[in-house]
Ligand binder design. Structure first.
Ligand SMILES: [Zn+2]
Length: 637
């Protein structure tokens, strides 16, 4: 079945992705623009690395109602992490630290969330039930996140089809991670509890590029309300990927949408290559029931090694263990992602679960020359009675960590005989991804006993519905039909100025192109030139257009006027010099001609151009360039 081999990223075609059965869906987390947090009255969006106090916690798994431990919970317990929270008095109260019950939900946040759900054409639920979603990595001090599904069954029009919006939830944001080294993980708590929506799409995207495009559509969609946060970390994507015969794998925390195509390509390739690896193992007669591994403490055999990582480990009293994977020869060099091999899958597990975070945390005999001396490999091989068909993996650490490392090596190697383990993975900067944690069980949600169900009345829905901006896909259609330039259509459909655009074009009869350029391109240009384009408000743009409509400024002067207004943080139509009269133009042109006649001009034919520049410089946007050109031409004759 796995005949197909992945090509380099840029050579993959749509039909290649169809061959491997690429499927992907998104979970988009978007912070809402509110002044307060979701279940307490602490301020939202006040970030600082400073803190007044630290709190230490240990996470412990509890039995679920079915009497089972959750896989993730157990994994987190195995890591024996100390979790440290850094708290600042201004951004955290006793609620976030689980010392007082929640306040009622932030109604403003709920309105925004419902509005976005409605724009996706979702059904809004009648009664909201708040649930607790278990999180045991420490990112939420209580061990759970309060979350509630509020909308279901929406859609995103895309490429003539529809991507399903499965559900939309409102929930609390988690802590920001500062560091995760060895057995200690540190978090900042300022972001904790901020309102967030999670939009879940169906697995309807068929190529990596489609995933990125749909993520972008969702982001624009949310932004078009003007009520969501923007900037670093305000919107974060989790991406699910699977291929035929594979497992649905979740890549967590993709920081930027442009990273999505390469990341999802790499994940699809990883799954495909793990399936091929399984076939290779099966061909060698290695299946879950025939899998064999032996282990041995080889510390004393390596006492004189010159391989530095092991040498250092031994100096600090660490233990070295060897695992012999029977029949695995060469397979740790089996390619999984771009420049990444099966050994990385094992090393990741050892790093995350045994907390052996200093790399390299293991070495193996499929890459013998890069580590131990040949004689050392020979003696280790003898100690575990390995044959030439086997692969040796060495791991080192404290007795406890090294033991845990051995267990994880065996678990991960054995999983290769089954296929692709269920886990969540972390997006890495180079476009590949790494193991994050075992996939949480389905029963990680349970009802919240602190908050009663909440009805969402028809009246409330109606009020939200009437205040909603137009769908961006409806706008898209309109803008095309009135001739907005192609490159401005997309940004305009989701712009906070979209409503104003409608007024300018339909009521004030401004040309669609001019309006679009001023609303979309000018603020961007200002941002590049002046840093503080944030102050381009709707009111300012409206007043500048009014000045233009009343002939107080020319079309050419709009940008300059806008820049001045932003720089000086003020704008009044009275302070504008007003348009230039014919008499003034005549005077300025004549004056400039006199000046020019006294200048030495090497190229006679350039005189007109120079004169034009002089006049425009003097009149600074108070007259259209075309008018000046025409008058000069006449005058020069
Ligand atoms: Zn609080």
């Amino acid at each position: 079945m796995q005949e197909f081999q992945f090509k380099p990223f840029h050579e993959m075609t749509e039909s290649d992705y169809a061959t491997v059965g690429f499927k992907s869906g998104l979970e988009i987390h978007q912070q809402l623009l509110t002044s307060k947090k979701l279940f307490c009255r602490c301020p939202a969006g006040q970030y600082s690395d400073e803190y007044d106090a630290e709190i230490l916690r240990h996470m412990r798994p509890t039995l679920s109602e079915l009497g089972e431990y959750d896989g993730t919970a157990l994994m987190e317990f195995k890591t024996k992490k100390e979790i440290i929270y850094r708290i600042h008095r201004n951004t955290v109260c006793t609620y976030e630290m689980d010392d007082t019950p929640p306040f009622q939900i932030n109604e403003e946040a709920l309105d925004i969330a419902l509005g976005i759900g409605m724009m996706y054409g979702c059904d809004v639920i009648d009664e909201m039930h708040i649930a607790r979603k278990q999180y045991l990595d420490g990112s939420i001090p209580t061990g759970f996140q309060r979350t509630s599904i509020i909308c279901l069954n929406g859609r995103i029009p895309y490429k003539g089809r529809e991507v399903k919006v499965v559900q939309l939830s409102i929930e609390e944001d988690s802590c920001r991670e500062v560091s995760d080294i060895g057995h200690q993980r540190v978090y900042l708590t300022d972001r904790l509890g901020m309102p967030l929506i999670e939009t879940v799409t169906g697995p309807d995207m068929r190529t990596p590029h489609e995933v990125a495009e749909v993520a972008q559509l969702c982001r624009w969609m949310a932004r078009s309300t003007g009520k969501v946060r923007t900037g670093m970390g305000a919107a974060r994507e989790d991406v699910n990927v699977s291929v035929t015969g594979g497992t649905r794998i979740e890549i967590k925390g993709v920081p930027r949408i442009p990273h999505i195509p390469l990341l999802t390509y790499n994940e699809a390739m990883r799954q495909w290559n793990l399936l091929r690896l399984r076939d290779e193992l099966n061909k060698r007669g290695i299946r879950p029931e025939t899998f064999k591994a032996t282990t041995e403490n080889v510390t004393r055999l390596l006492r004189k090694t010159r391989f530095l990582p092991v040498q250092h480990a031994l100096e600090t009293g660490m233990t070295v263990h060897c695992v012999a994977l029977r029949g695995y020869r060469g397979l740790l060099r089996w390619s999984t992602q771009t420049d990444t091999f099966f050994s990385k899958e094992i090393s990741d597990r050892v790093r995350v679960i045994a907390c052996l975070t200093t790399l390299p945390n293991l070495i193996h005999s499929d890459n013998p020359s890069e580590s131990l001396a040949t004689a050392e490999w020979q003696s280790v091989k003898k100690a575990v009675s390995a044959s030439d068909d086997d692969t040796l993996v060495l791991v080192w650490g404290s007795q406890q960590d090294a033991d845990m490392g051995v267990k994880e090596i065996i678990i991960r190697a054995k999983e290769a005989t089954i296929g692709i383990p269920s886990e969540t993975r972390q997006a890495l900067r180079d476009g590949t991804n790494g193991f994050e944690r075992i996939l949480p069980g389905a029963d990680r949600m349970y009802p919240d006993t602190d908050l009663p169900p909440k009805r969402i009345t028809e009246e409330r829905r109606e009020k939200i519905r009437t205040g909603l901006p137009q769908d961006y896909w409806t706008r898209d259609f309109e803008y095309r039909s009135i001739g907005v330039p192609d490159d401005l259509i997309r940004p305009l459909t989701v712009s906070r100025f979209a409503t104003l655009f409608g007024i300018l074009v339909n009521e004030w009869k401004i040309s669609p192109t001019l309006a679009a350029v001023v609303l979309i391109q000018f603020p961007k240009r200002l941002k590049r030139e002046t840093q503080n384009a944030g102050t381009v408000t709707e009111d300012l743009v409206r007043r500048i257009f009014l000045a233009y409509k009343n002939n107080k400024i020319t079309r050419d002067a709009i940008y300059r006027t806008m820049r001045k207004a932003v720089q000086f943080e003020s704008f009044s139509e009275e302070s504008l010099p007003g348009p230039c009269s014919r008499e003034e133009l005549v005077a300025v042109v004549r004056g400039s001609m006199t000046l020019l006649s006294k200048m030495k001009v090497r190229h006679e034919e350039k005189k007109g151009e120079i004169l034009m520049g002089m006049v425009l410089e003097k009149l600074r946007g108070r007259v259209e360039g075309a008018v000046v050109a025409e008058y000069i031409a006449q005058e020069m004759k």
